[in-house]
Design a protein around this ligand. Structure first.
Ligand SMILES: CC(=O)N[C@H]1[C@@H](OP(=O)(O)OP(=O)(O)OC[C@H]2O[C@@H](n3ccc(=O)[nH]c3=O)[C@H](O)[C@@H]2O)O[C@H](CO)[C@@H](O)[C@@H]1O
Ligand SMILES: C=C(OP(=O)(O)O)C(=O)O
Length: 458
């Protein structure tokens, strides 16, 4: 069953670039929201499907522009894909080329991680350097060094990472790899590469994010031998081939966190499911510190209650299980309305505070110095035209817009659509007065004051 079957299908096209979101803020939300599958799991698991020459059925796949593009990357490699609702079937029996298309790979980050699976399957890969959110330099040196340690020759030329495995077997060799930084992507690239390598690979200082564990579980369900995912040391014993699989990806903890903040910032009562509360420990802990009541109901449901007062707090982003960098911008939106001064330190990416100046357009009081934002709480925000500069920055502006008095117009929706499954429609179903309109000229339309704006244009 498509978990979001009550939502219309959105068209995820470049038109999102010219469309805008209009939000009439200051209205409480109410109801239940269905959390979609995790973007960062879906994308890397699609890359992982390249390791297997049998059928891979992936369930709970979110409707995202990034998933579409990743599908196009796989198609361009000769892989067969069919999607029905949230089920994606992938068959990579034949990979007809080792060269991934530049114009697609450069539009998202996770596409690059497929260098690990392509190299493992074919012994050769030509992968353009990736795109993704412009939140820092985001090099791929750790991916490259790890593949080299496994015996690959790798060179970056003209924006393309060319890799091949010398020798007649074309098979990577197990290796001991220490990552200088616990990089999510490098851990995933190397874990995939190691599943089909000759011998044992040990990744030290591995990333511990839930999406790394999800990828390992997916690979193990295909017959891989991966141990330790979720800890700092992952051991992979290479196998010669993997078999068919039917696998369901985890709920998106960042989408869930975004809806928790939506409840908190609009002082609303919402329930969210399915979620894995243990994936949200730092987010829930910070919300409670801010004064928001979060109740766990059963094993997969969270309820957020209307907060009377929001209190300032300090946040430092860190690799999992620390506070997730992908929740930093949404929390900044929330803290603009908290009583007192908050300090937010972004320590994972070097340029991920660009939403601060856009939040200031809405009346927030934020000063940025280096990687630190000083947020002085204000009693209210007021709607204004703003620009989403990356995925989570755009989500932060939506959240601020929901709380701001009057009308907020958000441009740059292609960022939002990369990583949120029909966010505007889900908010609409909770009673938000939010409307997507096709072209900037339409932004002058009169507000639709009805709580259920079914005339949404997608
Ligand atoms: C598609 C995907 O899964 N994206 C997530 C992934 O991105 P991504 O995998 O790109 O993030 P990383 O964990 O690799 O990045 C962490 C830090 O390591 C640095 N670094 C990374 C690789 C490398 O070879 N060299 C290097 O210096 C990065 O520039 C960054 O400063 O994890 C991030 C951190 O949780 C999340 O914000 C992204 O949503
Ligand atoms: C940074 C993010 O995504 P990506 O790595 O795909 O750019 C994100 O999901 O917040």
């Amino acid at each position: 069953m498509n978990p979001s079957s009550s939502l219309p299908d959105a068209k995820l096209t470049p038109e999102a670039d010219s469309s805008v979101l209009q939000i009439w803020g200051g209205h409480p939300l109410q109801g239940h929201v269905k959390i979609s599958g995790a973007k960062n799991s879906a994308l890397v698991i699609m890359a992982g499907a390249l390791l297997c020459s049998g059928d891979c059925r992936i369930r709970n796949v979110p409707l995202l522009a990034d998933v579409d593009r990743m599908g196009q990357v796989l198609s361009a490699l000769g892989v067969r894909l069919t999607r029905q609702g949230d089920i994606l079937d992938i068959n990579a029996r034949e990979i007809t080329t080792s060269k991934a298309p530049y114009e697609l790979v450069t539009q998202l980050r996770a596409s690059f991680f497929a260098i690990g699976s392509i190299l493992a399957r074919l012994g050769v890969a030509q992968m353009p350097l990736p795109g993704g959110c412009a939140i820092g330099a985001r090099p791929v040196d750790l991916h490259v060094r790890g593949l080299q340690a496994m015996g690959a020759e790798v060179q970056i030329e003209h924006g393309i990472c060319n890799a091949y495995v010398p020798g007649s077997s074309k098979r990577l060799k197990g290796a001991k790899i220490y990552l200088d930084i616990a990089s999510v992507g490098a851990t995933e690239t190397l874990m995939m590469a190691a599943t089909l390598a000759d011998g044992e690979t040990i990744i030290e200082n591995a990333a511990r994010e839930p999406e790394v564990v999800d990828l390992a579980n997916f690979c193990n369900a295909m017959g891989a031998k991966i141990q330790g995912a979720g800890t700092s040391t992952i051991t992979i014993v290479g196998v010669s081939q993997l078999h068919s699989v039917d696998y369901s990806i985890i709920p998106d903890r960042i989408e869930a966190g975004t809806f928790l903040v939506a409840g908190a910032i609009t002082r609303s009562e919402l329930t969210l499911s399915p979620v894995q509360p243990d994936h949200l420990i730092p987010v829930i802990a910070k919300l409670r510190e801010i004064g928001v009541t979060i109740i766990e109901e059963g094993s997969d449901t969270l309820r957020v209650l209307p907060a009377s007062t929001l209190r300032a707090t300090d946040i430092e982003t860190l690799p999992h299980p620390g506070f997730p960098t992908d929740m930093q911008a949404p929390f900044m939106a929330l803290l603009t309305l908290a009583e007192g001064d908050s300090l937010i330190n972004e320590s994972v990416f070097e340029n991920r505070l660009r939403h601060a100046s856009e939040l200031n357009r809405l009346g927030a009081d934020i000063r940025v110095k280096g990687n630190t934002a000083f947020v002085r709480g204000v009693p209210l925000l007021s709607g204004a035209p703003v620009l989403g500069t990356d995925l989570r920055a755009s989500a932060a502006l939506v959240l601020a817009g929901l709380a701001a008095q009057g009308k907020t117009t958000i441009q740059g929706l292609h960022h939002l659509d990369r990583g949120y499954d029909r966010l505007d429609m889900k908010l609409q179903q909770l009673g938000a007065k939010i409307l997507r309109v096709g072209a900037p000229a339409d932004t002058q339309l009169a507000p639709n004051t009805s709580a259920s704006t079914s005339s949404i244009a997608t």
